[in-house]
Design a binder for this molecule. Structure first.
Ligand SMILES: CC(C)(COP(=O)(O)OP(=O)(O)OC[C@H]1O[C@@H](n2cnc3c(N)ncnc32)[C@H](O)[C@@H]1OP(=O)(O)O)[C@@H](O)C(=O)NCCC(=O)NCCS
Length: 206
């Protein structure tokens, strides 16, 4: 790890992806030189996330939501943007001049007790450039910071890109199979139980 100005620079993994920034906003460099800002979603991101889904292929949406090709209803997307527990990360190219840079990928971390479920969606024209793997690493980091004990990923058995992205994490995991749906569980080194953390917070703000 190195310092770059006031920010932290991390050279990440064998493809030497670069991540720099603070906990809430990082700039991610892909191996092909593209740069993206990755930040937690807010309710106002709904139009960008609707656009992301509209620009994704039927196959990508089907792999993300496990069934049907329909776009998720705005109410469901709104809940995903601001989950009761967990976080949604959005990626947008830094080079965009537009004040509303297009959202090209979304990573969801949905907490349930001591574990959290993770799911990714990368826009088709941004796939296979290292973004999915980098976002997955980021969301794993986020989950560890939040104190979750393990992550669950529900992945269709034929979803080679997602299975390869998980394999790139190079972490021990278990696999459960239910028909064509795999559930991969990745244990984490939880520093603080998320339940404990929320108890501490409620005591501190009383
Ligand atoms: C799965 C997904 C997030 C991967 O994102 P991505 O940006 O393409 O991922 P990466 O570029 O980091 O590639 C990850 C791995 O998949 C491989 N890969 C990517 N696209 C591929 C394709 N079309 N065919 C075969 N392998 C592919 C890459 O080569 C890489 O493997 P490697 O590191 O062993 O070389 C993206 O394809 C996606 O959004 N798919 C639709 C939604 C989905 O499947 N979500 C997962 C549900 S949890």
């Amino acid at each position: 790890m190195m310092r770059w100005g006031t920010q932290t620079l991390v050279v990440d993994g064998p493809t030497r992806r670069v991540v720099r920034g603070r906990a809430d906003l990082v700039t991610l460099g892909l191996p092909d030189g593209a740069e993206l800002d990755v930040r937690p979603a807010v309710g106002g991101d709904l139009p960008g996330v609707v656009d992301l889904h509209e620009r994704c292929s039927v196959r990508s949406r089907n792999r993300r939501y496990h069934g049907g090709s329909a776009r998720p209803a705005p109410a469901r997307l709104r809940r995903l943007l601001e989950p009761a527990r967990g976080v949604t990360l959005l990626a947008a190219p830094t080079t965009s001049d537009s004040p509303t840079a297009p959202v090209v990928a979304m990573a969801n971390l949905i907490g349930e007790g001591d574990t959290a479920e993770v799911a990714l969606l990368v826009r088709d024209d941004w796939q296979r450039r290292g973004l999915g793997s980098a976002l997955l690493r980021r969301v794993v980091w986020q989950a560890e910071q939040s104190g979750y004990a393990a992550l669950d990923l529900h992945i269709q058995a034929g979803n080679t890109p997602m299975l390869r992205a998980v394999r790139r994490l190079d972490r021990p995991l278990t696999v459960d199979r239910d028909g064509s749906l795999l559930t991969l569980t990745v244990p984490l080194i939880a520093a603080v139980s998320p339940i404990r953390a929320s108890l501490d917070l409620s005591v501190a703000t009383r």
